[in-house]
Design a binder for this molecule. Structure first.
Ligand SMILES: [Zn+2]
Ligand SMILES: [Zn+2]
Length: 265
C-alpha cells in the first residue's frame, strides 16, 4: 500500500500562525570589566559578534549585568540580540540564571547561596554550568550524587562548555542531564574573543509567520524550560604535521586558556 498525500489539508484545520526558528546561540560568555577574569573588551565583543554574523548571543557575567546594559544597544544597531543572564557560583557549583528582568538579575551575586526554586520567578531559567567541573569561584567540587541536590534547582544542564572540553566532563554532564531527564545546552564560556561560539546551543524560538516575534531573553527562557534546546560544539581542531619536526601536533587555536588553566569560568 502506498502513501497518498492529501491534495489539500483537511478543512477543519485552522491556518498555522506560528512556526519555530532554530538559532545557534552561544549561551555562555564573559566580558571585561563586568567579569574581571575576561579579556574581552566591549569593542572586541561587538566586532566579533558582527564578524561571526550571529543573530543573538547571551552575555552571562559573574554576578553583574553592567556590561549587558552597555552592550545591548550597541549590538542592536548591528541587528544582534543580546540575551541576558548572570552566572552565580555556589556550594553546589556554578549556575547561569537567564531572565529578561534585569532588576532580578542585578540582585544576584558572583558568589552566593544556591537559588531555591521559590526564589526563581517564572520569567527565569536556571542552567547548571559545567557541572562536573565544580564551582569556578566558590571552589566547590563535583561528587557523584550532587545532582540529586541540584536537580530541584535547575531547568537544564550545560553539557558542552568551551573551558571544559575533556571527555570526562562532557560524559559526566551528559549522564547528569539524561539521569535527571533535563534539557542539555552548550556555551563557550568565552573569556577570550577567539573562544566565542566554540560551543553553543540550538534554540528553537517560536515566531509568528507574519514576521512578528524574534529572539529575546524571554523566548530563550521559554525554550529552555520547554526543552526546545540542544547542545552544539565546534569540531576539534585538525591535527597538523609540524614540517620542521615531522611530529603531529594540534592547532593551538582554541587550546589556550582552557579550564584547567583558569580558576574562574
Ligand atoms: Zn562562565
Ligand atoms: Zn563557571
Amino acid at each position: 500500500m502506498t502513501y497518498e498525500p492529501e491534495a489539500r489539508p483537511p478543512q477543519h484545520l485552522t491556518p498555522c500562525l506560528y512556526t519555530r526558528l532554530a538559532m545557534l546561540v552561544d549561551l555562555h560568555t564573559h566580558t571585561w570589566p563586568a567579569s574581571q577574569c575576561s579579556e574581552i573588551r566591549h569593542d572586541e565583543y561587538v566586532e566579533r559578534c558582527a564578524a561571526l554574523g550571529v543573530a543573538a548571543i547571551a552575555l552571562t557575567n559573574h554576578g553583574s549585568i553592567r556590561d549587558n546594559l552597555a552592550l545591548a544597544p550597541r549590538l542592536a544597531e548591528l541587528g544582534v540580540v543580546l540575551l541576558s543572564g548572570v552566572e552565580i557560583s555556589t556550594i553546589l557549583g556554578d549556575f547561569i540564571v537567564y531572565s529578561p528582568d534585569l532588576e532580578f538579575l542585578d540582585s544576584l551575586h558572583a558568589e552566593q547561596e544556591p537559588l531555591h526554586r521559590r526564589e526563581v520567578p517564572d520569567h527565569a531559567a536556571v542552567v547548571w554550568a559545567h557541572p562536573a567541573a565544580g564551582g569556578g569561584r566558590s571552589g566547590s567540587s563535583y561528587y557523584r550524587g550532587l545532582e540529586e541536590m541540584a536537580a530541584p534547582l535547575i531547568d537544564a544542564v550545560e553539557v558542552f562548555n568551551g573551558n571544559w572540553p575533556a571527555d570526562r566532563y562532557v560524559t559526566a554532564a551528559e549522564r547528569i542531564a539524561a539521569g535527571l531527564a533535563l534539557p542539555a545546552t552548550g556555551g563557550s564560556d568565552a573569556h577570550t574573543v577567539a573562544a566565542i561560539m566554540r560551543c553553543a546551543t540550538e534554540v528553537e524560538i517560536a515566531v509568528e509567520l507574519d514576521g512578528g516575534g524574534t529572539a529575546s531573553t524571554a523566548a530563550l527562557v521559554a525554550a529552555i524550560r520547554e526543552g526546545r534546546v540542544s547542545p552544539w560544539r565546534a569540531p576539534p581542531a585538525p591535527r597538523q604535521t609540524d614540517r620542521s619536526t615531522g611530529r603531529v601536533r594540534r592547532s593551538l587555536l582554541g587550546r589556550r586558556r582552557t579550564g584547567e588553566e583558569r580558576c574562574e569560568s
